[in-house]
Design a protein around this ligand. Structure first.
Ligand code: SF4
Length: 467
């Protein structure tokens, strides 16, 4: 029987197909890991080492899994206060939490027992962290005869989040059954999701999904909703394109408006032709701004407010309001507000999707915003993503800025750049002091602002709308 690890459970949570491909597909078919994930791994190790150096512990020496598990068990029997990188073995389950900490709850070990503690590079617990911690709790139950009531996650800022393990055990047990079935060969089909963009199997899966006209190519269709549609007999894009929207809306989780949009989206994808629903009416103001924010991984600190300013004569000026250190966020905000205050009253501020409006509000809460500027900023914001979705259907799999602006013919200077890379560049700037990383982040942000302008130009212009 193959070992089942916390790593398997994490893969399963992200995408069952990625676990299937990891276990059964030729590994030559996957591409290189996304650099951001490698960086995250590296940061995780650094963070873990920093936490370990601040907590007295007994480490488990390197070696084969069985001997590390045996050494861990000996330390547990002796009642060691804290064990670093213990190996918990109850075949087929194997778990290596970052720490075990002794508690006063009696167990088969004696008048004490252990609870798991895991270090994470995140500002709040993610679902896969809870599953992992629950998995370690379950393993401890098998080893010491008692499942600990709680475990801790140590987060990015060093704070501890205590998790009630019993709440997550049913999910852990179900995940173990699923992992075992996939290990035994149960095939899992790809399903397009937010995880695909950073997955090394993306190209492999896209080819399969396109060949099969897979429903997940419909923007925003979750795995659950896809399953419900499949169950109701809708298996391909053609099935959806030919469907009666009223009948489609009776499928669980599909409302009337979603059904209508799905039929249109499927037709557009099959024909590879955009569809216009309405010509958007965008205001004509003295100055147009195209605004894009960049944030730091983990902390959600905004480190860059980029603005492409376009005057009535079409003259452009890009400005980057930059917090070179996270603690400079307030000063950056003040500088941006000075700039905003000096602009004419007649402005429109375009952005793409709700990240910008959400974080502008958070910046205002954190650092303040006077009433006149609040009105000037928030009353003039226009979300082009929302305008685009209301006015057109495009032959794209995602309505994210990258996908949409690229479809419109725009390209980013740095190949492979994305929001994750922007976070990576900022972290690299902070850790190395090399300004080339800041420059890359600013260039990427400028391209995002220009990409946003491209969307607005196409939406407000005649080119793509003419027959
Ligand atoms: S590309 Fe998407 S569907 Fe394919 S394995 Fe990765 S996450 Fe899953």
């Amino acid at each position: 029987m193959q070992a089942i690890t916390a790593h398997h459970l994490t893969r399963l949570t992200h995408c069952p197909c990625s676990l299937y491909l990891h276990l059964h597909a030729p590994q030559s078919e996957k591409s290189e890991p996304h650099p951001f994930l490698l960086h995250l791994q590296e940061l995780g190790l650094i963070h873990e080492a920093a936490i370990a150096s601040s907590l007295p512990h007994i480490p488990i020496p390197d070696g084969p899994i069985p001997s590390r598990a045996q050494f861990t068990h000996q330390l547990m029997m002796r009642g060691a206060e804290r064990i670093y990188q213990p190996v918990l073995l109850a075949p087929p389950l194997v778990g290596i939490p970052d720490f075990l900490e002794r508690t006063d709850t009696p167990s088969t070990l004696g008048p004490h027992s252990y609870r798991p503690v895991d270090v994470k590079i995140a500002s709040s617990p993610h679902p896969e962290h809870l599953l992992q911690l629950g998995f370690y709790g379950l393993l401890l139950g098998r080893i010491q005869g008692v499942i600990p009531e709680t475990g801790d996650l140590i987060l990015m800022d060093g704070s501890r989040e205590t998790i009630l393990l019993h709440n997550h055990l049913p999910q852990v047990e179900e995940a173990i059954v699923q992992v075992a079935a996939i290990q035994a060969g149960r095939e899992e089909k790809p399903c397009l999701s937010a995880h695909c963009a950073m997955c090394p199997w993306e190209q492999h899966c896209l080819e399969i999904m396109k060949a099969k006209q897979d429903l997940s190519l419909l923007n925003g269709l979750s795995r659950g909703r896809k399953g419900a549609l499949n169950g109701a007999g809708y298996r391909t894009l053609s099935d959806i394109a030919q469907a009666n929207p009223e009948a489609l809306s009776e499928v669980r989780g599909v409302g009337e408006r979603t059904a209508q949009r799905m039929v249109l989206q499927a037709e557009v994808l099959l024909q590879n032709e955009p569809r216009i629903l309405a010509i958007p009416e965008l205001p004509r103001k003295e100055v147009e701004l195209y605004l894009d924010l960049e944030c730091q991984q983990g902390t959600q600190v905004i480190y860059l407010i980029g603005v492409l300013e376009v005057g009535q004569n079409g003259a452009e000026r890009y400005q980057a309001f930059l917090a070179e250190r996270p603690e400079d966020e307030g000063a950056m905000w003040a500088e941006f507000l000075d700039y905003l205050g000096a602009l004419p009253e007649e402005i429109t501020i375009y952005h793409y999707h709700n990240f910008e409006s959400t974080h502008l509000r958070k910046l205002a809460e954190r650092h303040g915003l006077g009433e006149p500027l609040r009105v000037k900023l928030f009353d003039n914001l226009i979300d082009l993503h929302s305008v685009l979705k209301q006015s057109t259907v495009l032959p794209v799999y995602s309505y994210g800025l990258k996908s949409v602006a690229k479809w419109m013919g725009f390209s980013w200077r740095e190949n492979g750049s994305d929001a994750a890379m922007s976070m990576l560049w900022f972290d690299l700037w902070l850790s190395t002091g090399d300004r080339k990383y800041l420059k890359l982040a600013v260039e990427y942000n400028e391209d995002d602002c220009r990409g946003t302008r491209k969307v607005k130009t196409e939406l407000g212009g005649a080119s793509m709308w003419s027959e």
